[in-house]
Design a protein around this ligand. Sequence first.
Ligand code: AMP
Ligand code: MG
Length: 436
Amino acid sequence: MSLTARFSCLSDYDPDALSVEQARAFIRSQLTPVRTQERVALRSALGRVLASDVIAPFNVPAHDNSAMDGYALRQADLAGSGETRLRVIGTALAGKGFAGAVGTAECVRIMTGALPPAGCDTVVIQEVVELDGDQVIVPAGQRAGQHIRLAGEDLAAGKPALAAGRLIRPAELGLMASLGCAEVSVYRRLRVAFFSTGDELCSIGTPLADGEVYDSNRYTIFGMLTRLGCEVLDLGVVRDDPATLEAAFRDAAAAADVVITSGGVSVGEADFVKPLMAKLGEVLFWKIAMKPGRPMAFGRLGSRGGGEGGDGGEGGDRHAAWLFGLPGNPVAVMAAFYQFVRDALQLLMGADPLPGVPLLPAVSRVAMKKAPGRTEFQRGILSHAEGQWSVRPAGAQGSGVLRSMSDANCFIVLEHERGSVAVGDTVQVQLFDGLV
Ligand code: AMP
Ligand code: MG
């Protein structure tokens, strides 16, 4: 079934008033992840998606070991109540154990990570014992087995340590290193081509002529794609001319999995882009009930009519690229990218589950006007004072004011049904930066 037909089947989906959730859900429902895998050295896997489960080849930890610095002893030697005197007969260090036998009323000084000597089943931390010559006095109340990390406690041999689909962050790198993985299987990187459209755009490095503006969208898009770990293909500025645009779309679709454009989808401009798209593939033009980022095109290029034939990419019978036609306004580009494209690219990259971005409550420090019936993504500054997180808009909220994105550290997400916000109301925020 064609994309248009699948979209038309959704009875409550109106292309001129699509909610953010509906648009997101439809996009997700159409995409199929890449399946091609490659083996890369462990360090190169950072930011990539794991293509097969990582099975622990051995127990982690491989042996029982001490979780603390203290004394290893035999629980049976401890008095039921009251303190116990034990003679210290040696030391067990991490990587250099105590080889001798521990007899009745004896113990061994032990360091974190060291293997408990044969027969010792309990560690008493050094802070609670009293030293008396070559003896220690252990207080009552020690629990059998305490402070010993058991073999296989973190990961059991033969069990999956990480599942395919996992986005590889620093913790996963470390975890795989702890299993001795020098190479890992990851999905191939996603190739994303992008260009800007507009007769008024000038590329940096060239003096501005009258009425021109520098093309900034290609730089924000470059940055957002690079952060997501995509292979990027910058196709420059393309003039608002049907033949030039057609050539650019064909080149982009032939070279990439995904094509991202900015500009040309607003009312008026879309009128001449639409017939072009009909020739090159199947593209839906939407007016999403959101601010900023209202007009957006989503579809597939080269899937029919365009003669782009090819090697048959994943999930399709011939090469086709997904298209995200974003609005031209610089803030709208970023809002639409983060609300729709990011998710879509992560899905295509094979991430499962999708990492998602949480919505967190914060108290609004200002009143904000809002009419129900659309989702607004205001640029906000979240700050902490007097024990609470509160948020205020980051200056002028026009969709062309890129400074608001730069000054902000979060989106203030004003939900579809919500009306105006009063000072002190709780609103939802989406942080720009995460810790990991
Ligand atoms: P459009 O959606 O093409 O009508 O563009 C809307 C607004 O965004 C206009 O003011 C454009 O000049 C501006 N704009 C479009 N593309 C870019 C770009 N690549 N960089 C900076 N501003 C842009
Ligand atoms: Mg334009």
